[in-house]
Design a protein. Structure first.
Length: 73
């Protein structure tokens, strides 16, 4: 059971290795992941806490208030 992730990785690794275009597919996957997590994050997900609160204490108070809100408020 503890080797399940290794077996899954090897399954996909061997499968892509035997493909004639597997390397190009991995390159496309990594480019897509880079675009999704690096570029889109910068433009579409600004740092809300840094822009709206000046100190770490203010940020932590806001997070605590948001987490402990009840449904009726």
């Amino acid at each position: 059971m503890k080797y399940i992730f290794v077996r899954i990785f090897r399954f996909y690794y061997e499968g892509f290795k035997t493909m004639t275009w597997g390397r190009q597919l991995w390159i496309i996957i990594f480019i897509k992941l880079f675009i999704m997590f690096a570029i889109l994050k910068v433009f579409f997900f600004p740092d809300f806490l840094k822009t709206n609160f000046k100190t770490d204490q203010d940020r932590s108070n806001h997070v605590i208030e948001e987490l402990t809100k009840t449904g009726g408020q």
